[in-house]
Design a protein around this ligand. Structure first.
Ligand SMILES: NC(=O)C1=CN([C@@H]2O[C@H](COP(=O)(O)OP(=O)(O)OC[C@H]3O[C@@H](n4cnc5c(N)ncnc54)[C@H](O)[C@@H]3O)[C@@H](O)[C@H]2O)C=CC1
Ligand SMILES: O=C(O)CCC(=O)C(=O)O
Length: 412
């Protein structure tokens, strides 16, 4: 199988060719500026010392400080973190945010750690990456298996070393310690806005739409709830333990209660059971893959029956699958647009932290909606103008900004 970072560069190459950009642009963007590997000693509850491995990658900072989440997962690799940082560069540029791309990760199965072991790991990871982090240098945020509580620990650890409170060093914090209203639901809300805009283009009424969501964490859970609130019928959801399906429709709020009690969507009584693979192939209006990379590949792309795929996750559709889906006229709303709501509200959080002046939830939602509707329109227009996919359209929008910034700064 092709290396994930090599695969991720494909739309960059396609967009560069369409724009006839100087080869130096894609050469510069083909490598991260910096990738740090750290080894993190953590004292476990039984007295043992365990050494965890982690990374922080800063892909490109032409438009501003690096920005991107931190993932805690057993499958984390340096290549994965570099790829996730690469996607952040383009995502921030599509939304016209004053940021570059960054991402972090730690190889760990968080289910095997106690609460205090997890806290010690989060704090020690922050200590190790501290030399390259800062509110004007690189600003982390949550990603898979990291949450607002862990952002608070890491902000506290960083602030302790500076000797004063630095809320703007990390986003996705709880509100009491400088988090923004609306950050928790922001990524799912952005997924919903993009689907709504796509429906307008395709004349699909929200009330007639059926939706399947893979992954019921932060992104999948809020995507399902907000699409349900907007009137769509959620027919299937899943998590790492399995998928549930009901043709008559599911109530994601009731499923959330079940997940809080049992730890999984599996076993929910008002639904049939299916596999994650079957969920991806359901005949629905919209499929929202909101778990991990590489879910829709050349192995199953010809069996996908959704009219639209909205990439809640980063990289759920491989480039090979993209070609198959394009041939079958299935619209793919690319990750760097569809899931950009999270970093957009992270940007709002950072601005509020720097000013120490906080906005209402209503203001956050309205500003997020404006920025995402505008980004969707620009990407759609670029895709139409160059007769290409929304993914390549999004890379075109991003590359126009990135190449201009790199040229003006004298990097090219
Ligand atoms: N949290 C955020 O604000 C953002 C997250 N993303 C991306 O969205 C995706 C999900 O992230 P979060 O929701 O934050 O993570 P999370 O940790 O809150 O939830 C992940 C969900 O995916 C499920 N899952 C894991 N492996 C699975 C598998 N093999 N099959 C089916 N389900 C599986 C988990 O059980 C869980 O329900 C990731 O690709 C992440 O990079 C993108 C933008 C922002
Ligand atoms: O909120 C952020 O800063 C970054 C979120 C993130 O990691 C992502 O968009 O993939």
């Amino acid at each position: 199988m092709q290396n994930i970072f090599e695969m991720a560069k494909k739309p960059l190459e396609q967009a560069s060719q369409i724009l006839r950009l100087d080869q130096n642009v894609s050469s510069l963007l083909a490598h991260p500026e910096r990738t740090l590997e750290v080894h993190i000693p953590v004292r476990m509850d039984d007295g043992r010392l365990e050494i965890f491995t982690g990374y922080r990658s800063q892909h490109n900072t032409a438009l501003g400080p690096a920005k991107g989440g931190i993932r805690f997962h057993p499958g984390v690799t340096m290549d994965e973190v570099k790829t996730l940082a690469f996607w952040m560069t383009f995502k921030c540029a599509v939304l016209n945010l004053p940021y570059g791309g960054g991402k972090g990760g730690v190889i760990v199965d968080t289910r095997k750690l106690s609460r205090s072991e997890l806290e010690r790991l989060a704090r020690s990871y922050m200590q190790k990456i501290m030399p390259v982090i800062g509110e004007h240098q690189d600003i982390p945020a949550p990603d898979v298996n990291t949450d607002s509580r862990m952002m608070a620990w890491m902000m506290d650890e960083y602030s302790k070393y500076q000797g004063y409170n630095v809320p703007g060093v990390i986003t996705g914090k709880p509100k009491t310690v400088g988090g923004s209203a609306g950050r928790g639901s922001a990524t799912g809300r952005g997924v919903m806005f993009c689907i709504r805009e796509a429906f307008k283009k395709m004349a699909i009424p929200m009330k007639e739409a059926t939706v399947a969501v893979q992954g019921f964490g932060n992104v999948g859970g809020f995507s399902a709830k907000l699409l349900f609130d907007a009137g769509a019928k959620i027919v299937a959801v899943s998590d790492m333990y399995g998928a549930i399906y009901n043709q008559q429709g599911l109530d994601p709020y009731d499923i959330e209660r079940h997940v809080k009690e049992t730890g999984s969507v599996a076993g929910y009584r008002r639904a049939e059971t299916m596999t994650n693979g079957q969920l991806l192939e359901l005949p629905v209006t919209v499929l929202v893959p909101a778990a991990l990379e590489g879910q829709i590949t050349s192995g199953n792309a010809d069996r996908i029956q959704a009219r639209i795929i909205a990439e809640g996750a980063n990289g759920p559709v491989t480039p090979d699958a993209d070609s198959v889906l394009a041939g079958r006229e299935i619209m793919v709303i690319p990750d760097i647009l569809a899931n950009a709501g999270g970093v957009t509200v992270s940007y709002f959080e950072w601005v509020q932290n720097l000013y120490r002046y906080y906005w209402t939830e209503k203001e956050v939602h309205a500003r997020q909606e404006d920025m995402m509707v505008d980004a969707f329109a620009k990407v759609y227009e670029a895709a139409e103008r160059y007769r290409t996919s929304l993914r390549v359209g999004a890379y075109i929008v991003a590359l126009e900004r990135l190449s201009e910034a790199m040229r003006l700064r004298g990097w090219l």
